[in-house]
Ligand binder design. Structure first.
Ligand SMILES: [Zn+2]
Ligand SMILES: [Zn+2]
Length: 274
């Protein structure tokens, strides 16, 4: 297994279970070549999932201290996972990961994409005329426009809608209509140079058997010349490299011979898979 890095890592600063120092030690003991922290950026709603605005500076200084502690042994980077509806400024971080975890409803409240299935089902019924494909199309359009506008380093869990679709069966993931709308949203993102994340987080938590995004998306991304990064979206140090072997095997089967990770000399380095 050659991946040995994760740029999408949560800690007790947001909704993770592991303190940052323990996560860094775990990465080092696993032989990681680098580690990037990416707490959920502050937002004005669902406060238990994100860094509290009054702890943002503490988050930054704690990760910077770990960076100094591991200097010369394992580069550590300060990143952030910023939701479309976050209020945080990604400046001041080494990189940011763009994600859409919510829909904003007409009344200003938010429905979760990947939280309780009931929340998404209610949104589909109330705001999408009960049509799952309409919801999926809206999700992909939000993520596409967010990435085009904000130019992140990494596109998080591109088809996050799969998580609750596995339970709710809101649409057929193999249907040409679904595939076409997902591909239409992904295609323009290649030109931004953002890394498409192969995210194994839902495998670690037992929601899905394969990473985000689905193989048909990864296959086209490669054909368009896009680059990928493998991340575990880790919330618990026990799962820091969970699913990496499966993700690597999947990428190799799709013809990828390399991926990108946080580097030792340059911030982003290519490395050979397999
Ligand atoms: Zn996320
Ligand atoms: Zn995350």
């Amino acid at each position: 297994m050659s991946i040995l890095s994760c740029a999408h890592t949560h800690t007790t600063f947001c909704d993770g279970k592991t303190p940052a120092a323990d996560m860094a030690r775990q990465a080092f003991e696993l032989g990681f070549v680098s580690l990037g922290f990416s707490s959920h950026a502050p937002q004005h709603f669902d406060p238990k999932y994100c860094v509290s605005p009054d702890r943002e500076e503490e988050y930054k200084s704690e990760i910077r201290a770990l960076q100094r502690e591991y200097e010369g042994r394992m580069p550590i980077y300060l990143g952030i996972e910023r939701d479309l509806y976050s209020c945080a400024d990604p400046a001041g971080y080494d990189y940011f990961i763009a994600a859409v975890h919510y829909f904003e409803k007409p009344d200003g409240r938010h429905a979760t994409v990947d939280g309780y299935p009931e929340s998404l089902k209610a949104y589909v019924d109330e705001c999408c005329g009960g049509d799952g494909l309409t919801m999926a199309k809206r999700y992909f359009a939000l993520l596409r426009d967010y990435v085009l506008f904000s130019r992140p380093a990494i596109i998080a869990h591109f088809d996050l809608v799969r998580k609750n679709n596995a339970v709710l069966r809101l649409y057929d993931e193999d249907s040409p209509a679904y595939r076409a709308l997902a591909l239409d949203a992904l295609r323009p993102l290649v030109d931004t140079g953002a890394l498409l994340e192969v995210n194994t987080g839902a495998m670690a938590r037992g929601y899905l058997a394969t990473p985000y995004p689905a193989a048909f998306l990864l296959k086209e991304w490669k054909a368009w010349g896009g680059e990928v990064i493998v991340n575990s979206d880790c919330h618990d140090m026990k799962f820091l490299s969970c699913g990496f072997s499966e993700a690597e095997a999947l990428l190799l089967s799709l013809g990828y011979d390399h991926a990108v990770r946080l580097g030792r000399r340059e911030m982003w380095e290519r490395f050979r898979l397999g």
